[in-house]
Design a protein around this ligand. Structure first.
Ligand code: SF4
Length: 417
């Protein structure tokens, strides 16, 4: 195999103390095809990650075939997880990628256990399962097949257009289990998108992926997360975003403002100082109280976007508090009535001619440049008092809260992965 010749020497691996500590590291490889990125292939001991909740059901389960993400979004809140490996939350997160090469095999064994309850499993709640490495390692087909074969509902959130490669498998899986798909598309200004998410496919390509999913008869939500204060929170940008999501065939939309954990905040502010130095002071003020923008901002944002969501006829999706991802369609509205097994009528094949045509035109309301404009923001624009918080959490007071969700104020949706 061509990559064999790219294998790093043991001494080089040893230069990464956290990784070297892993006794399941198989090898580390670099290749010209992925310049600047090192893949650390490991043999994982478990594939399913149980996200603890505060109540018994529903349990949240996730799978993360990769750690680190070459999509390199500057705002990514999963960055902090790299610090557990003595890697940094900045460049290392983008370029030192852990690959669980045996994840599908281990998963299949875990799902075969008689104790497995066929709980919905979410992918993409931490790092992106369809990041570039997936084109090489092809871990997702084995994961999807293992989940479908075991009648386990599947939820996938991604920025990766590589999802299209697996649509046949996902359509087939949907004939046996609920399959919930969502694309994360937050930035509708091409220049800004390439700057703040430098390793991701374009917005246009991701919207085309939404359309491709819909044409195969599956629902596809759009995660409008995170909305960046003073950059993408203008009425014009939000209107443009929702118009294009709708035109692509999105079946629901979820949104939230930016959440900046400490290490992520440092990395994001470095980018901001480079690209938008005039905004640094305003961000420092907005996030002076911690990792969240103040409630006044969130309330203001909700009041701005909710009428637009209604105007575009995009019902909001529901966040699964157990995983931080899209709530599985296998789950009922009330967490107390979670089924232990599921059945589902296969998704009808839509008449693709009835899907709205994708368009690259400008916003229908508000006009003007969709992003990069300086939105009014708190204290500078429309009323701050209107509207409740941005996202409804699971409606029951007994809803479990994941490690991710538990960190969030009740009116703030989880950031993506
Ligand atoms: S936000 Fe998602 S796609 Fe972007 S770097 Fe993080 S895990 Fe990857």
């Amino acid at each position: 195999m061509r990559w064999s010749s790219q294998e790093l020497q043991t001494e080089q691996v040893g230069a990464l103390p956290g990784l070297a500590r892993l006794n399941n590291l198989v090898r580390s490889v670099q290749t010209p095809e992925f310049a600047g990125i090192t893949f650390h292939e490991i043999l994982c001991k478990s594939a399913l990650n149980h996200v603890p909740g505060q109540s018994a059901m529903p349990f949240g389960y996730t799978i993360n075939p990769y750690r680190g993400c070459s999509h390199a979004c500057t705002y990514c809140f999963a960055r902090t997880t790299h610090q557990y490996l003595d890697l940094d939350a900045g460049k290392d997160f983008d370029s030192e990628i852990i690959v669980k090469v045996n994840v599908a095999e281990v998963l299949r064994k875990e799902l075969a256990k008689p104790t497995w309850g066929r709980h919905p499993v979410a992918l993409g709640t931490n790092t992106d399962p369809y990041q570039r490495a997936e084109g090489r390692y092809r871990l997702m087909p084995g994961i999807i097949a293992a989940l479908a074969d075991s009648k386990t509902p599947i939820s996938i959130l991604t920025k990766g257009t590589l999802l299209r490669r697996d649509l046949d498998l996902l359509v087939e899986a949907s004939e046996h289990v609920p399959v919930d798909l969502a694309m994360s598309i937050a930035i509708y200004d091409d220049e800004l998108q390439q700057s703040v998410e430098p390793g991701t496919p374009t917005t246009k390509a991701r919207l085309a992926t939404v359309t491709a999913v819909r044409e195969r008869g599956l629902d596809c939500g759009v995660f409008l997360m995170p909305i960046l204060p003073f950059l993408t929170d203008t009425r014009a940008h939000l209107d443009e975003a929702l118009r294009r999501a709708k035109a692509a065939g999105a079946t629901s939309v979820l949104y939230s403002g930016l959440n900046l954990k400490p290490a992520v905040k440092d990395w994001y502010l470095l980018w901001l100082a480079r690209e938008h130095p005039e905004l640094v002071g305003r961000y420092l003020e907005l996030y002076a109280g911690g990792q969240y923008a103040p409630k006044e901002y969130r309330t203001w944002l909700a009041a701005r976007i909710k009428p637009l969501i209604r105007a575009h006829g995009l019902e909001r999706g529901i966040v699964d508090p157990a995983t931080g991802g899209l709530r599985s369609s296998a789950l009922p509205a009330s967490p107390e009535r979670v089924p232990t097994s599921v059945s589902r009528t296969p998704a009808p094949r839509p008449d693709s001619s009835r899907l709205p045509a994708a368009s690259s035109g400008r916003g229908s309301a508000g006009g003007g440049r969709p992003a990069g404009g300086r939105g009014p923001g708190p204290g500078r624009g429309p009323s701050l008092e209107a509207g409740p918080g941005a996202i409804r959490w699971a409606q029951s007071a007994e809803a479990p809260r994941s490690l991710i969700a538990a960190e969030l104020p009740p009116d703030l949706a989880p950031t993506l992965f």
